[in-house]
Design a binder for this molecule. Structure first.
Ligand code: GLN
Ligand code: ZN
Length: 765
């Protein structure tokens, strides 16, 4: 029999119950035992859903109040000393303090760093590692959850982040410590015994299977790390449980021999991201080993093609017999919970989708189909899937011949500006007549409660479009007036009409759909609702022109138009899987290109195309970077290159690593790039200097994430440092990022100081 299971399930609840409970607890409105009760209820419900769907094991250990990596850190006692943990059991509030710096009890301390989990939009808390660190079982939470599931009568499989991936995700640069002279791997010897104790304790609770997640195995691993895998799993093999080594988010590639050779009872591979590895793994897999095939897409929302999967997996079933297991490619944490609670989508579109709950059904059905023990329900599901997918393949809602034809007509010329940068710079200088060290902002101004309330009322139909638009115009007028008074050289309209920089465009483009309840956990209690790109993308009408035009009518200064770039729109959406991502990205680029042309025609002389997500699109394997960067850069250029020489193209990125992608950044050929730098003391500019980056740069001079008002002298000093690396004629003065999360009381004095700093710099140069 093919065993059906999942690597993990969303914990937020179909109605984001966990978010609500956790936030109420933080605010002191919910007692801790009530929070624990909600959590227990959610776990019970989710296990039951797995059983009801027909999975043979339920997964325990995927629940977290904040983050599962943080839970692992708590479990092994890796709590940084500043939280004053000592030898006590790590309690709930300590984990919350690690995550957010504060909790209802305990002394506040600096929160741990948070970053994206591999190539997902899920953020985990980075384990802090230091030399000589000691580990111990410091939390009984996992064991309690096991008891809970067993008491409910479920067959339990425990899921836990593996020791090497936990170290891999950790950071040795702890404050006040130099990370240089010690390696994460040095800690493995101290960590392994604790993993051994955990496994032993689980066994004593009656657990048969433990899934150790080792997604690091899909990345480029140094030789020491590969060897460490062998050492670690040779040590853990003596534990009295069966181990399932779970790899996901990509193929094993050159780690395949290591992964298949480790002394564990079962191996899970992702055959959605890398279908071709199935055969290679089958050839290498020792005869005793179980193979769990991750064939249902855990990273995307599309319904599985069950009949196609039945065919491709038939060989594996034949070769493996009962040693075949079936699962989603990765934990279902990365998809929305339940399509049944979806209100905003039409039936046809819903027929093309599967969320976490539906994916459980798909796994169980596929397992029974492969075994030849399909029920009538399974056959019905198979037929239904086939019909829906067939309709999808032919749907005129998806396939727009005009979009394809236009894409085919694109030539290399279309992604090249008319002239090289030096020629454009001259034309732009003549037209724009900006001072040295021109000042600007990144786009958004404070999104006040009134703005949000008006938008909500408009969406709910309580506020007429005319009234709403008039309100937004008032806001724009106010923002322009403030910028004029402050003396900002290149004003923006302030983006009051935008809820979110991707949603705003998605809502106006054809080919996008928005769910009503398709929430996915992003970090902690925060969830996002990514748009679904289901079809060919086109722009029925201009999206931003009337706002920018209106803003320009209020000022003699050159107004900067504001767009979200194609790569960022792609990156922050669920993307169709029936064509390459780059094709979808090109379609977005062409739609945006028309917007750029319309803005230019409306007299907007400066257009910013934000690409904050360009870097996060980088593939997990370095060998694939260049191919990605090539098409990503081309898409940006396709969007931008439609304009005349004298129209200035800006881009903006808010991350702090440019070294390894600086050539691609330069290839974007934006006339001006504004970046986040304030926290790195302008060191970030070294990459630009070393590369002899040719165009203009606005290195952010103050951190918008902080409520502090930056001092004039401090910003002047930062810019002087910048001027040592980049010629002053090519420098702009601006904040790090958009101001939408700040209040006017902070923004006004901060910008006033910023403008003064620019004036001071002009006097000196
Ligand atoms: N223009 C956007 C803003 O200012 C840019 C946001 C971002 O970089 N994430 O809000
Ligand atoms: Zn930004």
């Amino acid at each position: 029999m093919t065993l059906a299971h999942t690597l993990g399930y969303p914990r937020i609840g179909a109605n984001r119950e966990l978010k609500r409970a956790v936030e109420a607890y933080w605010k002191g409105e919910l007692a801790q035992d009530a929070l624990e009760a909600t959590a227990a209820e959610l776990r019970a419900r989710h296990w039951q859903e797995q059983r009801d769907a027909g999975l043979n094991l339920v997964t325990v250990g995927d629940f977290a109040f904040y983050d599962q990596v943080l839970n692992t850190s708590a479990l092994v006692g890796a709590v940084p000393p500043r939280f004053g943990q000592g030898d006590d059991e790590v309690d709930l509030d300590t984990t919350f303090r690690m995550a957010r710096g504060r909790a209802p009890t305990g002394t506040p301390a600096a929160a741990c760093e948070m970053t994206k989990y591999f190539d997902t939009n899920y953020h985990y808390l980075v384990p802090e590692l230091y030399r000589g660190q000691r580990f111990r079982i410091a939390s009984s939470r996992l064991f309690d959850e096991v008891d809970e599931a067993r008491a409910a009568g479920h067959p339990v499989k425990v899921s836990l982040l593996g020791p090497l991936s936990w170290l891999w995700l950790g950071n040795t640069k702890v404050e006040g410590e130099s990370g240089e002279d010690f390696e994460r791997l040095d800690l493995l010897d101290a960590l392994l015994p604790v993993y051994g104790q955990i496994l032993t304790r689980l066994a004593s609770q009656g657990v048969e299977w433990v899934q150790l997640d080792e997604p690091a195995l899909v990345q480029d691993l140094p030789l020491e790390w590969r060897q460490a895998y062998e050492l670690a799993y040779n040590t853990l093999r003596s534990a009295p449980v069966k181990l399932l080594l779970a790899t996901y988010f990509g193929g094993l590639g050159d780690n395949l021999a290591v992964a298949t050779g480790l002394p564990v009872e079962a191996l899970h591979i992702d055959t959605v991201r890398d279908p071709a590895q199935l055969e290679r793994v089958l050839d290498r897999l020792p005869a005793y080993k179980i193979l769990s095939v991750g064939a249902i897409d855990g990273r995307n929302v599309w319904r599985a093609d069950l009949s196609a999967l039945r065919e491709t997996l038939a060989t594996a079933r034949m070769r493996l017999g009962d040693r075949l297991w079936l699962a989603p490619s990765c934990s279902l944490l990365h998809v929305p919970v339940d399509l049944a609670s979806e209100t905003a989508l039409d039936e046809e579109l819903k027929g093309w989708l599967a969320f976490a709950r539906q994916k459980l059904d798909e796994v169980a059905t596929l397992a029974r189909l492969l075994d030849g023990r399909a029920t009538t329900d399974d056959i019905a599901r198979l037929d239904e899937a086939a019909a829906a997918l067939d309709a999808q393949r032919r749907s005129p809602r998806i396939h727009k011949p005009a979009v394809g034809a236009r894409l085919e007509g694109v030539t290399a010329r279309d992604s090249r500006r008319k002239s090289e940068y030096p020629v454009r710079a001259r034309a732009q200088r003549t037209r724009l007549d900006l001072p040295l060290f021109p000042t600007t902002t990144i786009g958004s101004f404070p999104q006040t409660g009134e703005i949000r309330a008006a938008r909500r009322a408009f969406k709910q139909g309580v506020l007429d479009r005319d009234v709403y638009e008039a309100r937004m115009r008032e806001e724009i007028a106010f923002t322009i007036e403030r910028q004029e008074a402050l003396g900002v050289d290149v004003p923006v309209h302030g983006e009051p009409e935008r809820n979110d920089m991707v949603e705003y465009f998605g809502e106006q483009l054809d080919g996008f759909a928005f769910t009503g309840n398709g929430w996915v956990q992003s970090y902690g209690s925060r969830c996002v609702k990514p748009p679904v790109i289901f079809g060919d993308i086109s722009r029925p009408q201009a999206m931003t022109v009337r706002w920018s035009e209106y803003a320009q009518s209020l000022t003699d200064k050159p107004m900067k138009g504001m767009l979200t770039g194609p790569v960022t729109i792609l990156q922050w959406s669920f993307v169709r899987n029936d064509q390459p991502r780059e094709t979808t990205c090109r379609q977005i680029a062409l739609a945006l290109r028309d917007e750029v042309a319309d803005l230019e025609a409306a007299g907007i002389g400066i257009i910013q195309i934000d690409e904050p997500a360009l870097r996060e699109g980088l593939p997990l394997r370095q060998a694939e970077w260049q191919r990605y960067l090539d098409w990503a850069v081309e898409c940006f250029r396709l969007t931008a290159a439609v304009v005349r020489d004298e129209t200035q193209i800006h881009t903006h990125m808010c991350y702090s690593e440019f070294n390894d992608i600086i050539a691609a950044i330069a290839a974007l050929d934006a006339d001006v790039i504004t970046i986040e730098t304030s926290r790195s003391d302008m060191e970030l500019l070294d990459a630009f200097q070393d590369f002899a980056y040719p165009n203009e740069i606005g290195p952010g001079v103050y951190d918008i994430h902080s409520p502090n008002i930056p001092e004039v002298g401090w910003m002047v000093t930062l810019m002087e440092k910048a001027a040592e690396k980049i010629p002053a004629e090519r420098l702009w003065v601006n904040p790090d990022c958009g101001l939408k999360t700040r209040g006017w009381a902070e923004v006004e004095p901060a910008l006033k100081h910023m403008v003064e700093a620019a004036r001071e710099l002009r006097r000196q140069h």
